[in-house]
Ligand binder design. Sequence first.
Ligand code: ADP
Ligand code: MG
Length: 285
Amino acid sequence: MIDFNGVSCRYKREYAGEGALPVTALDDVSFHIPRGSFIALVGRNGSGKSTAARCMNALQLPSGGTVLVDGADTSDDEMVLTIRQKAGMVFQNPDNQLVSSVVEDDVAFGPENLGLHPDEIRKRVDRAMKAAGIYDRRLDSPDELSGGQKQRVAIAGVLAMEPECIIFDEATAMLDPAGRSAVMEMIRRLRERGTTVVLITHFMEEAAEADEILILKEGKILSRGTPAEIFAVPDLISEAGLDLPAAVKIRNLLRQRGADIPDRVLDIKSLAEWIAGNCPENVPG
Ligand code: ADP
Ligand code: MG
């Protein structure tokens, strides 16, 4: 679905004097995101995640290398609209993504720009608002909504475009736990429908749900693997400036005490199941 081929991105330093070296946000990065997969993109602040995200729907063009979205080069002007339709993006701050004073108008904004028939727009907008769990607020102003509800509106706006791929750039960062789990639930449903999902997140519990985790460090790929593989190497996680999911920390502490817990145990539910299955004497049925 998405191919980065030797992608480099450089920014001019804003306040530096003449001759200052540019910031290299991405440095000769190559990776492939298969159609229908769920990939978590992680790394400390400034590692290049948002730059990579913006390259994925032609909001930004690389200074070197190529980005292909479903085979279309993002630097091809004639393909930009097609690319934006195929790859939708949800940002951190929902306030920056909402443009209208009524929820359903906001959700309709994208499809209207596609020039679809009004009946088709109505269908898509209703479907998207229902999928995002915001249908009952459709006639309200986004100003009256909580951060989590606004993010649902922003997600509905992307869903209404019916993209094949959605990139979430720290879309849960400003939400409370309930808002975060609602977004994760939407992501689970999207992947069941075969939508490609790229999730940029600081929450390793969220990354643990992906098919694969890609770690960026200083604009380069530090590692890529399944969550079980990535979280099996704590040194890698600390080198990337990241933390292990809580369940993996507890798992590792139990391992130090001799428990033979497999690498696939990454979340609290499977950890609890492992404990109940292996130490039944300590867990009343
Ligand atoms: P992340 O999303 O992982 O925090 P970014 O892609 O936002 O990383 O930033 C990568 C690097 O590029 C950082 O050093 C950041 O300061 C720099 N950078 C990002 N956007 C700009 C910009 N518009 N102008 C100048 N430098 C930028
Ligand atoms: Mg960012």
